[in-house]
Design a protein around this ligand. Structure first.
Ligand code: GLV
Ligand code: GLV
Length: 315
């Protein structure tokens, strides 16, 4: 049976698959073109895709033998899952194994914003540090602040637990109550508007779907306090980015930390000039720990489906 992997993921998963299957890896730099993808998947029984590969109806129709699409990501908004299911194809993702890495990054961004890391770093490199000053780069301490998470799933909860250890009071917005999180952190479930009005730090941990697309619209963003910080390690499309940029520019919020953007990898040039924005190139799961585990999990999911067993993490 044939498997196509759209990029060179860590070796551990590839070598597991090579023991049983005919594996082809696309190993040129950068994402595979759509044309090449459609050509490569033709005779495949399974594929491992990246979040940058748009697996829509056309791509799915071009792989009549495919039984499993294993996405090398926890998010799966790049795949038309319903259409895949209608064709009998199982879609899997990589939850759990990247939770801690992503939560670490959300906290890193929160601290970078609160303590103005990038401004300080750039000051040093430009040789502009002229000595200790009582008012140099004043920021915000985390202790006793309201930390609001949007989405209290795996990554949201792991982020909240970290924030609680810094002394933050946790608020969360979620469809479902998360009693485990409430027990561990004293978190309180609140309405979205309440969370946005009260929180000192807001961190987004929702999947992107029709309900969450542009959830933080202009009106919602306007509820944020001028002293607040917004962190997004989920998907750029959840936020009205253009309006957020306006608010950052006019200091209607203190700062924002972005690991994800609308229309990646293109970044709105206006963001590049904002001192109160911290920008990262979508690296939430970018640790050797998470990426090796993601590689192994995608491989095990593929193997399970192709050997007639239940996959570990179907979506
Ligand atoms: C990264 O954004 C992922 O969904 O895994
Ligand atoms: C700061 O460096 C201090 O000593 O307070």
């Amino acid at each position: 049976m044939k498997i196509f992997i759209t990029s060179c993921i860590p070796e551990i998963g590839i070598s597991l698959l090579q023991k049983k299957y005919n594996v082809k890896v696309y190993n040129k730099p950068g994402p595979i073109s759509r044309k090449q993808l459609i050509k490569e998947v033709k005779h495949c029984d399974g594929i491992i895709s990246l979040l940058t590969d748009k697996i829509d109806k056309e791509v799915i129709d071009s792989m009549p033998n495919c039984k499993v699409i294993a996405n090398y990501a926890v998010g799966f908004n790049n795949i038309d899952v319903n259409y895949a299911k209608s064709k009998g194809i199982i879609v899997t993702n990589t939850p759990d194994v990247l939770t801690d890495s992503t939560a670490d990054l959300a906290i890193a961004l929160a601290l970078a914003c609160a303590r103005r890391f990038v401004e300080g770093e750039q000051m040093m490199r430009k040789n502009k540090f002229k000595g200790w000053h009582p008012k140099l780069l004043l920021g915000m301490e985390l202790n006793n602040k309201f930390f609001g998470i949007l989405g209290a799933g795996r990554i949201g909860s792991a982020t909240a637990i970290r924030a609680a250890s810094f002394g933050c009071k946790i608020l969360y917005y979620s469809n479902k109550r998360n009693e485990g999180l409430e027990r561990k952190t004293g978190a309180k479930k609140v309405m979205l508007n309440t969370l946005l009005k009260i929180s000192d730090i807001v961190s987004i941990h929702l999947p992107l779907n029709i309900k969450t697309n542009q959830l933080l619209s202009k009106d919602k963003l306007e509820l944020l306090k001028p002293s607040s910080i917004l962190i997004n390690t989920a998907r750029g499309e959840i936020v009205d980015e253009k309006h957020l940029i306006k608010m950052l520019r006019s200091r209607k919020i203190f700062a924002a930390g972005f690991d994800v953007f609308d229309n990646e990898p293109n970044v709105n040039p206006a963001l590049l000039n904002l001192k109160n924005a911290v920008l990262l190139p979508h690296v939430g799961s970018a640790t050797n720990d998470a990426r090796n585990a993601m590689s192994l999990l995608t491989a095990k999911n593929i193997d399970a489906v192709l050997s007639g067993k239940t996959p570990i993490t179907p979506v």
